[in-house]
Design a protein around this ligand. Structure first.
Ligand SMILES: Cc1cc2nc3c(=O)[nH]c(=O)nc-3n(C[C@H](O)[C@H](O)[C@H](O)COP(=O)(O)OP(=O)(O)OC[C@H]3O[C@@H](n4cnc5c(N)ncnc54)[C@H](O)[C@@H]3O)c2cc1C
Length: 501
């Protein structure tokens, strides 16, 4: 415990944050990095609890009590080394994770929790600045080749660990650049793309190979709402013949649609059509064709995607942004132990909400209005009953003016084309089916094919995708070093050869 009375003596220190009036003029990052002095004080607030719930609620189980102890003593290098044992990309989770760890912080029961996320970011920036994020010492090559489909956080985390085990790894991505939703979903004001590029350069130095604009499947065509820059096709048969193991980490790409009257009007778009194009424009690749300057924008949906659309529309000069969420408005505070140590179900206000958006809750969108172009939306108030059922409240119909509507209602499941191409099964929700056991969670009905990330568990968080990628890598490694290694003729012990053949 770095500072025994730190939790009494010091208040939580928030990282620097840009003023709204300034930040909405550009796409630069909203939050900054804590300075080292503030980081040491913040880490000194950690109580080093006997049972660190922060480690339990963090999906990758970062050893925060020990990391905080080292930070408090100014041992940044050692703290980073400990952090990087469990965290694949702390510079990314230190920016965009909702910090499930902080919800579990015991100090949070009677005070403000330790700012763990800001410490993670401080350590990762320190490590990059000090040249500590190096290629891992060359491990002996195993001779095994693994192909990973999808370069989101699940695919990248999986590739990183498999490479460090000595396997030859290629990551195949259908978009023109690596990163999955980290690049073509999450806006620069939350995650600048330079941070992602810096990590990808480092992964290349470690020896991971990347193929972009390359789709894995039986045809270059994709489903409605799924984006692809692919000009090259690789079939499952080719991959199966050339690689010892294949990992599918394709994300959950099929967007939930809103099939109500007027859906085909011009001006109604899926959220990612808007966000992907803006990410491309911000990084010097074309212009966002969905123009919102001076327009009234409605964003339909209540999650991160909706919030990112709001911040993007505001930066692009929308005259008004309204968020329509059919869920009821949650309270801003709940009794402290109601959900602890888990993530509280409360009304959360994102940086994008702060920037000026009207939020309408318990509001269902029932029609897009207009002749050819969108002119408005019709809404109705709802009341929620048991389970996932809601009823409309009579007499609450309303029409709102809108020039642009962005559908941000989440993602249902991964592309069925990819799953079918590999002959895999789907679970009831349409995700890739895998075993559920602790030691075979990422294994499919095809022994060579493994699955990880949002495409397996359903749409989720970056930290869960990293967790899945890391755990999947361990199962692939085990498969290669036991099943494949032992079964290949040249590696088979002579005694087995004698009796077996
Ligand atoms: C707008 C938005 C904002 C978000 N904000 C946050 C946030 O702030 N914090 C947070 O924790 N989470 C956030 N999330 C969720 C998070 O981004 C995802 O949970 C995470 O990226 C899932 O990782 P993944 O690797 O499973 O899939 P993805 O990131 O979706 O990557 C999958 C990749 O596979 C590629 N691919 C798919 N099929 C093929 C194929 N056949 N051939 C080749 N390549 C293929 C895709 O092109 C894609 O690049 C956000 C999501 C969205 C949409």
């Amino acid at each position: 415990m770095g500072y025994p009375t730190g939790f009494i003596d010091f208040e939580r220190i928030e990282p620097p944050k840009r003023e709204i009036t300034e930040r909405i003029k550009d796409y630069q990052e909203i939050y900054g990095t804590l300075n080292q002095h503030d980081g040491m004080i913040q880490a000194g607030r950690c109580m080093d609890c006997g049972t660190p719930f922060c480690m339990h609620t963090c999906p990758i189980h970062n050893d925060m009590p020990d990391i905080n102890n080292l930070v408090c003593q100014g041992e940044f290098q050692k703290a980073y080394e400990l952090l990087s044992q469990s965290s694949s990309f702390p510079e990314i989770t230190g920016r965009i994770c909702p910090a499930l760890c902080e919800e579990g912080c015991t100090l949070g029961l009677h005070h403000k929790s330790v700012g763990i996320k800001s410490i993670e970011r401080l350590l990762s920036e320190y490590a990059f600045d000090s040249g500590l994020v190096l290629s891992h010492a060359k491990v002996k090559p195993t001779g095994f080749k693994v192909a990973i489909i999808g370069s989101g956080p699940a695919g990248l985390a999986c590739a990183q660990l498999l490479k460090r085990h000595g396997h030859e790894v290629v990551v195949i991505e259908k978009m023109d650049k690596i990163g999955g939703l980290l690049r073509y979903g999450i806006p620069d004001f939350k995650l600048p793309k330079g941070i992602l590029d810096r990590r990808i350069s480092q992964l290349k130095l470690e020896g991971i190979r990347f193929l972009t604009s390359t789709l894995v499947g039986n045809s270059l065509e994709t489903e409605n709402g799924v984006h692809s820059d692919a000009t090259t096709l690789i079939t499952p048969d080719t991959l199966t013949a050339e690689y010892h193991a294949i990992v599918l980490a394709p994300g959950s790409e099929i967007p939930r649609d809103l099939n109500i009257p007027g859906r085909s009007l011009s001006g109604v778009h899926f959220a990612l059509d808007f966000l992907i194009a803006q990410n491309r424009e911000n990084n010097g690749n074309g212009q966002n064709p969905i123009k919102v300057t001076g327009k009234d924008v409605v964003v339909i949906g209540g999650g991160e995607t909706a919030s990112d659309c709001i911040g993007t529309a505001i930066r692009n000069g929308a005259s008004k942004v309204i968020q329509l969420d059919y869920h009821e408005e949650l309270p801003e505070e709940v009794p402290v132990t109601k959900y602890w140590p888990y993530y509280r179900k409360i009304k959360r206000t994102s940086t994008s909400h702060e920037e000026g958006c009207e939020r309408l809750f318990a509001t269902n969108t029932t029609a897009f209005l207009g002749k050819e172009r969108l002119e408005g939306v019709r809404t109705e108030q709802v009341v929620w009953g048991e389970g996932r059922h809601f009823d409309a409240i009579t007499g609450t119909k309303r029409e709102l003016h809108a020039d642009i509507a962005l559908i941000a209602m989440g993602y249902a499941h991964p592309s069925e084309r990819l799953i079918n191409a590999f002959g895999l099964s789907l679970n009831a929700k349409g995700n890739m089916l895998s075993s559920e056991g602790l030691n075979d969670k990422y294994v499919t009905s095809n022994p060579k094919v493994f699955v990880a990330g949002d495409g397996r568990r359903g749409q989720s968080l970056v930290v869960h995708a990293i967790e899945e990628g890391r755990q999947c890598a361990q199962q692939v490694h085990h498969f290669l070093m036991t099943d494949v290694f032992l079964l290949s003729e040249k590696n088979m012990p002579s005694s087995i050869k004698f009796f077996g053949r």
